[in-house]
Design a protein around this ligand. Sequence first.
Ligand SMILES: [Ca+2]
Ligand SMILES: [Ca+2]
Length: 92
Amino acid sequence: MNHRNSIETWSAAAQTLTGSSMNYDFTTVLNQAFGNNTGDVNQDDFIDGTDKSMIDNDILIFATGYLATDLNCGQITDGTMRLMLMTIHTIL
Ligand SMILES: [Ca+2]
Ligand SMILES: [Ca+2]
């Protein structure tokens, strides 16, 4: 799976295809995905200070809408996004 603000990822556990498709919900809990890959705002396959800066910039202008910096997809980038990023990626 690839998403607007996550590193390409896969399910935490092996899944079985039935026919040609499969349903798998990555949204129920963070550990549905292999590793914690949300936060790659600029889609360069790294989650680092650049992503954090982009989130900070959108927080400062009260950005809303369909934004890569909106990590929880709630249509607003606020301090919660920064806290999410720093909680998941303790090195930031
Ligand atoms: Ca990045
Ligand atoms: Ca949000």
